[in-house]
Design a protein around this ligand. Structure first.
Ligand code: NAD
Length: 307
């Protein structure tokens, strides 16, 4: 099986590493960061953190890929997904399956512009990784992956889940992956955006006397819109999940904080808090807290000249 990873930053390389290392599939990492590609091709992919390894794996630019894919795992940042799909059109055949594990909501609508719904598998992962330099990833947290085919091709969805599980990624087929995606979006939409705005750790924000009300309002909007979309979300249950996750990660700065505050990079806010605002409009549900959070993050990107 030929597997491409379209967008081979921290998470893409983590997934590519596991599949190449532990299965018979051939993996090709696609990315635009030339130094990263060169280092991987010259020295192999260096892996540190929860796994210490070095692996020979092929890397190239998206436009250089020619062979038709069996599976493409898209792993760009949300804002770069459409351009990546455009760039790799040539390797997508009728039998090519796409797996999307990006954080946030609404990516399936982008994918549907390029492939049939039966070729789309949505997923969510709680693995955690970072880049320590070109050709170097650090796996900071081992996790799981949930996958579901959003068309009628459950068989292929299950095949992908089995491949990822064999790769050691703790994967399973999930008949309600949208629930898992919305739940993770709520975690990101409270922790990531608020710690980026307040420039603090997760624990510092969640311990502050004002945070309870803000988190409660954000989650209320998420659950109302989610329910209108047919996702069975309970506000109390979601709040419990978010507080439990926050407690476990209290000393950390989430990825959005690292991107915006530490690296001056643009955020995925339009696919997190911004996505619930857009979906809310379609259902006539007001989402003032998520709207202001989205606007403030964009203002912060502007002020900092984030790229
Ligand atoms: P990333 O920032 O590591 O990589 C994204 C892209 O940016 C890649 O193409 C990468 O090559 C490029 N890039 C990164 N640093 C660069 C540099 N210094 N110079 C030039 N290019 C550079 O992104 P990621 O963390 O892999 O995230 C991909 C998706 O996975 C996102 O939707 C994210 O929310 C999601 N996700 C990430 C994690 C995580 O722990 N990293 C966990 C779950 C989900």
């Amino acid at each position: 099986m030929l597997v491409y990873i379209a967008g081979s930053g921290a998470m893409g390389s983590t997934i590519g590493y596991h599949i190449e290392k532990n299965t018979d599939s051939r993996v090709i990492l696609l990315d635009y960061w030339q130094d990263h590609i060169d280092k991987i091709n010259e020295n192999g992919l260096m892996v540190s953190g929860k796994v210490e390894d070095k692996i020979k794996i092929k890397a190239m630019r998206p436009e250089e890929a020619e062979e038709e894919a069996d599976l493409i795992v898209v792993m760009t940042k949300s804002m770069a997904l459409e351009a990546m799909m455009e760039a790799i059109k040539g390797i997508i055949g009728e039998k090519t399956q796409i797996l999307c594990l990006l954080n946030g909501m609404g990516h399936e609508k982008i994918l549907e512009k390029f492939v049939d719904k039966n070729q789309i598998n949505m997923g969510v992962t709680i693995w955690a990784a970072g880049l320590t330099g070109p050709g170097q990833i650090e796996i900071t947290g081992k996790g799981t992956i949930d996958v579901q085919n959003i068309g009628d091709d459950e068989e292929n969805g299950r095949k992908i889940a089995r491949l990822l599980d064999k790769a050691g990624l703790g994967a399973k087929y999930d008949n309600d992956v949208m629930f898992a995606i919305w739940r993770k979006v709520m975690v990101n939409g409270t922790m990531n955006s608020m710690t980026s705005l307040m420039e603090c750790t997760i624990g510092e924000f969640f311990d502050s006397s004002r945070s309870k009300d803000i988190i409660s309002e954000l989650v209320k909007e998420f659950t109302e819109v989610g329910r209108a979309e047919g996702i069975d979300l309970d506000k109390k249950e979601m709040l419990e999940y978010i507080y439990k996750t926050a407690e476990e990660a209290k000393d950390h700065h989430p990825s959005m904080y690292q991107d915006l505050i530490e690296r001056n990079r643009k955020t995925e806010i339009d696919f997190i808090n911004g996505a619930v605002v857009e979906k809310g409009k379609a259902h006539n549900i007001a989402t003032p807290y998520n709207k202001i959070v989205t606007q403030l993050i964009h203002a912060k990107e502007d002020i900092r000249g984030a790229k």
